[in-house]
Design a protein around this ligand. Structure first.
Ligand SMILES: C[S@@+](CC[C@H](N)C(=O)[O-])C[C@H]1O[C@@H](n2cnc3c(N)ncnc32)[C@H](O)[C@@H]1O
Ligand SMILES: Nc1nc2[nH]cc(C(=O)O)c2c(=O)[nH]1
Ligand code: SF4
Ligand SMILES: [Mg+2]
Length: 267
């Protein structure tokens, strides 16, 4: 459902600065929704599973490669009440719901949505950058910590001259949040990889996380995902990333939805 141009914003709808320091309070009974659609989970251990996707708007980071530009660099503001979100989800014949964004855990009401979905028996996956912890009924925390290669340096910033570089670099890794997420939930760690240059940072991050977390973080919990929002870009990155997964003993995850539908919205 294309909601971004069909729904009024709520009274305190996420502002232009959603996720930034001057973010205002949000109303408590809804969420800023960028899109809500039915598709196949394209990434990770549940790839191929029919799922309803709920994409919130607003992010506390600005990856230069973000494939959901209208939730991060130019966030949309369509507001949906919880009951409308649930009705739309229930109109699809699916057992799995994927809450994504933007950064869905920015929003306190994501917890309310996850609780309502849990009450209704859905399996919930949350796609998160791992910088924010919330206590919620999450069946799979799909955590994608952001590497230095995601930082919007002036030469890579899609909109300007690197205004977000400093803040993105400061906030992209929060080891305490990551540790709590992997301790409390079934999880996968899904790194966006471009080339060999990303691997030392992944190994360092895993060492830090294994020190900080009470539970285990197995190599099997680590997925390498090729960077690419389009088929053309994925064709440049995926073979090397697959080889790296074999070399290091991590998993590889495709981006099925990009193979199937390229960069079409609501897929
Ligand atoms: C748009 S993000 C939203 C959730 C959360 N903000 C995050 O980054 O995990 C959803 C997933 O897409 C991945 N992603 C975004 N842009 C990508 C790109 N150009 N290539 C590969 N993966 C990408 C993210 O790493 C994340 O796993
Ligand atoms: N089909 C499909 N699978 C996905 N898995 C994670 C996605 C996301 O954007 O979080 C995503 C997405 O955007 N589309
Ligand atoms: S953290 Fe996720 S939503 Fe935010 S800019 Fe990066 S990929 Fe996009
Ligand atoms: Mg996506």
């Amino acid at each position: 459902m294309p909601v971004s141009d069909s729904v009024d914003r709520g009274p305190g709808a996420a502002s232009e600065t959603a996720g930034t320091e001057d973010e205002g309070a949000e109303p408590t009974d809804g969420l800023p929704i960028n899109e809500l659609f039915y598709s196949l989970q394209g990434e990770g251990t549940l790839a191929g599973v029919p799922s309803v996707f709920v994409r919130t708007s607003g992010c506390n980071l600005r990856c230069w490669f973000c494939d959901s530009y209208h939730t991060s660099w130019e966030p949309t503001h369509a507001w949906l009440d919880l009951e409308d979100i649930l009705a739309e989800i229930e109109s699809h014949d699916a057992d799995h719901v994927v809450l994504t964004g933007g950064e869905p855990l920015l929003h306190e009401e994501s917890v309310g949505l996850l609780e309502a979905l849990d009450d209704r028996g859905y399996h919930t996956t949350v796609e998160t950058n791992g910088t924010i912890y919330r206590d919620a009924p999450i069946d799979l925390a799909s955590v994608s910590p952001k590497l230095a290669s995601s930082t919007p340096t002036p030469d890579r910033d899609p909109t300007g001259e690197g205004e977000w570089e400093e803040r993105h670099e400061r906030d992209r890794i929060d080891t305490d949040s990551l540790a709590r997420l992997v301790e409390d939930y079934e999880f996968q760690l899904k790194f966006v990889v471009t080339d060999d240059g990303d691997m030392p940072e992944i190994l360092d991050l895993l060492a830090d996380l294994r020190d900080a977390a009470d539970g285990p973080v197995r190599d099997d919990d680590v997925l390498l995902m090729p960077e690419g929002a389009t088929r053309e870009r994925l064709a440049e990155t995926r073979t090397r990333v697959a080889e790296l997964a074999m070399e290091y003993g991590f998993r590889y995850t495709p981006r099925l939805h990009v193979d199937l539908w390229n960069d079409a919205p609501e897929t």
